[in-house]
Design a binder for this molecule. Structure first.
Ligand code: FES
Length: 104
């Protein structure tokens, strides 16, 4: 069943624009962009690098291992060597809590 789960506090992003959380055994990267907070799978679709450790430019994150680029807003892969997207999660912020929408 799909549900909203709280994974962070909005205040967590005051000092850092990126946060990695683990939900149900999955690493999820949260990015605070100018227009809101976005969540995608932390594990690069090419291998196992952490996208939360990648360089962020506007709404794009570059994998720290081989340089594949992903759209933080959608999870879409934008460059080789990634050939598949990473999962993207809807995000909402309520009462200072950051929720992602997950399916069991
Ligand atoms: S692990 Fe991310 S591009 Fe290779």
């Amino acid at each position: 069943m799909a549900k909203w789960v709280a994974v962070a506090r909005e205040a967590d992003f005051e000092d850092q624009p990126v946060k990695m959380v683990i939900y149900d055994g999955e690493r999820i990267a949260l990015f605070r962009l100018e227009d809101g907070i976005y969540a995608i799978d932390d594990e690069c679709s090419h291998a196992t690098a952490s996208l939360a450790e990648g360089r962020v430019d506007d709404h794009i994150v570059e994998c720290p291992r081989h340089g594949a680029r992903f759209d933080i807003r959608t999870g879409k892969h934008l460059s080789f060597p990634a050939v598949t997207p990473v999962k993207s999660y809807p995000v909402k912020v309520e009462n200072g809590n950051v929720y992602i929408y997950v399916e069991d």
